[in-house]
Design a protein around this ligand. Structure first.
Ligand code: SAH
Length: 217
């Protein structure tokens, strides 16, 4: 079997063993998880583990999220294809790539310039021209392109930053892990005019969101 076919079957196995049994049902999300080459977002020394059921180190004490969590957060955004999205916490760029195939336009912001540059390069190799990588503190959102129909935060916040709620479009969804440094609940917020609904989804453990309206360094 050639390498491409092997990787494709690894992704299919990932979908069947990690996503389908855990109620990832959105057909488009499943299709994108079957296609995005996660191994390209993982450092060479971990590449053989790219399709396994967990997070992996990407340098600077940060991690690329578990495939299931990427799929779940994508599904929670309820995307139809035309949305403008903000991701806080680019990391490897993998989640941004998945969103790039599911939405119209993705802005992703990362506080470590080296990670941002590496992610930008990987996204360019995939030809994902609708994903823009920004460097900065995403706890203040990214006012320049607001409002967003969806916002996803891939680092753990002590509380929901007000700027992210302000930058959410009417009807928009915000998916964010909120809680202590070691353990959080994934929350989905939905804006209705000036009101917000919030649901707790599952317990999770993300690296901390560090910034002005997050955790202190
Ligand atoms: N979505 C990433 C997962 C990244 S881990 C992926 O698919 O690989 C979380 C990332 O959030 C880390 O890279 C960390 O540096 C970044 N981060 C933490 N606080 C941040 C902040 N205030 N603004 C922007 N990025 C932040």
């Amino acid at each position: 079997m050639d390498n491409e076919l092997f990787l494709e079957s690894e992704r299919e196995y990932m979908v069947e063993t990690q996503l389908l049994p855990r109620r990832i049902r959105d057909g488009l999300v499943l299709q994108v998880m079957r296609t995005v080459p996660r191994h390209l977002f993982v450092p060479p020394e971990y590449r053989h583990l790219a399709y396994t059921d967990g997070p992996l180190p990407i340098g600077f004490g940060q991690t690329i999220s578990q495939p299931y969590i990427v799929a779940l957060m994508s599904q929670l955004l309820e995307l139809k294809g035309q949305e403008r999205l903000l991701e806080v916490g680019t990391g490897s760029g993998y989640q941004a790539a998945v969103l790039g195939y599911l939405a119209g336009e993705v802005h992703t912001i990362e506080r470590f310039p080296e990670l941002a540059r590496q992610a930008e390069q990987t996204l360019a190799e995939l030809g994902l021209e609708n994903v823009s990588v920004h460097i900065g503190d995403g706890t203040a959102g990214l006012l320049e392109f607001a409002p967003y129909q969806g916002i996803i935060v891939t680092a753990a916040a002590p509380h929901v930053p007000q700027a992210l709620l302000d930058q959410l479009a009417d009807g928009g969804r915000l998916v964010i892990p909120v809680g202590e440094r070691g353990s959080q609940f994934l929350e989905r917020w939905r804006r209705r005019g000036d009101d917000f609904d919030v649901e707790e989804v599952i317990p999770v453990a993300f690296v901390p969101l560090v910034g002005q309206f997050g955790w202190r360094d």
